[in-house]
Design a protein around this ligand. Sequence first.
Ligand code: 13P
Length: 264
Amino acid sequence: MVAVTTRTPLIAGNWKMNLDHLQAVAFVQKLHWALKDAKHEFDAVDVSVFPPFTDIRSVQTLIDADKIPFGLGAQDLSAHDSGAYTGEISGAFLKRLDVAQVIIGHSERREYHSESDELVAAKVKAALKHGLVPVVCVGETAEDLEKHGASAVPVGQLEVALDGVASTAEIVVAYEPVWAIGSGQAATPDQAQEVCATLRDVVRAKLGDDAAARTRILYGGSVKAANIASFMRQPDVDGALVGGASLLVDEFAAIIRFQKHVGV
Ligand code: 13P
């Protein structure tokens, strides 16, 4: 029997290399106030922010002190626990800072840091080992899309990333077509639904029915307040991984409050 699970939507802000620790603290305070002013129901939607590493301690201190119901995330981690890996950050260190989620395999790391599918898979294992939820990013370039269609590359990337992962593990998948990132040209809701449904089939094949029913699959790529509702109406899109628009308080608050304009 296929399990029926309600998946709490997740709106995640990937700040990339933006906002220093002082700006990050001010931003999180303003976002929290904006949501409180709008009487946002915090239980209805999970919100996570993914600041640069140097901001994490400051943001952790703020959300802890002010009881701000945001998840704290990191943008990457090392595949190693500790040792002679200059510049790397261990999942153990992130866990000590109450980091809950970690983005792995973002296309910018795949492209600018030559991260392979195998390295991504090793990082997924490292995250799970340290009690962090991996947010596994997959997506095709414009060239891949032309040559192989939308699903082939993300499916292959996810299959490798989930190798050896336990069926009980909590993971999040983010489908981010590379051509849609930062371009202002989002995928259509139908395109996002089709690929996210196919990625859910991969989760089912690798981790089983329960995992497929409970795993949140996000869409990312030029998400903004004006298009979030159309993505969230799709049955296999459980949230969004937001880049540029997550740096604007009012825009990001409106994305988080998509239920007010999604007609549910
Ligand atoms: P944009 O929302 O700026 O297109 O970025 C998406 C992204 O890469 C999030 O990880």
